[in-house]
Ligand binder design. Structure first.
Ligand SMILES: [Zn+2]
Length: 155
C-alpha cells in the first residue's frame, strides 16, 4: 500500500506560473516591458490606470487609425466617464499611454514610446487641428486634444 496518494504528491509540486506576472505579452512588446507595464498598472492608484489598461489603450489607438484611406478621423467624446466607456474616446486611450509612459523605467519607456510614435504620427496626419481647442478642449495643453472632434450628434 503506497504511503502517499498520487493526489497528495501532485499537490506538493510548486505552481509553475509565478503569481502577479502577466500570462502573456502585450501585443508588439517584449515580455520584460509587458511586465514593467503590468507593475505600473497594478501599483497605480489612478482609477483609469488598472491591469490591462495599457493593452486596451494601444488596441483602441490602433483601431481608431485602422480605417484605410485618407479621410480625416474625428475623436468623439465617450459620453460616460467610467473606465470602460472612456476608451470610446481615443484621446482617453492616448492619455492612458502617456500616464504609463511617464511612470515606466527608462528602458521599458523607450520600447513603449517606440510603439506609440508611429501611431502618433498617423493620428496627427489623419486628424485636423482645432484652432479653438484652447477654449473648448479639456486639457488642451496635450497635443492630441487640440484636434477637431465630432460631437455626440454625429455632426
Ligand atoms: Zn460607462
Amino acid at each position: 500500500m503506497p504511503r502517499k496518494r498520487p493526489g497528495a504528491l501532485r499537490a506538493r509540486q510548486p505552481s509553475r506560473a509565478p503569481r502577479g506576472l502577466p500570462a502573456q505579452r502585450i501585443h508588439g512588446l517584449s515580455l520584460r516591458t509587458s511586465r514593467a507595464i503590468e507593475r505600473v498598472e497594478r501599483l497605480s492608484d489612478d482609477y483609469y490606470l488598472y491591469p490591462g489598461a495599457t493593452d486596451r489603450a494601444l488596441r483602441r489607438y490602433r483601431e481608431f487609425l485602422s480605417p484605410p484611406g485618407r479621410r480625416p478621423r474625428y475623436p468623439q467624446p465617450s459620453g460616460c466617464d467610467c473606465r470602460g466607456c472612456s476608451f470610446r474616446d481615443v484621446r482617453h486611450a492616448r492619455d492612458v499611454l502617456e500616464d504609463v509612459l511617464r511612470q515606466l523605467p527608462p528602458r521599458p519607456r523607450a520600447e513603449l514610446r517606440h510603439r506609440v510614435r508611429p501611431l502618433d504620427a498617423a493620428y496627427a496626419a489623419r486628424t485636423l487641428p482645432d484652432p479653438f481647442a484652447g477654449r473648448r478642449q479639456w486639457r488642451a495643453y496635450l497635443w492630441w486634444r487640440r484636434r477637431l472632434e465630432r460631437g455626440y450628434e454625429g455632426g
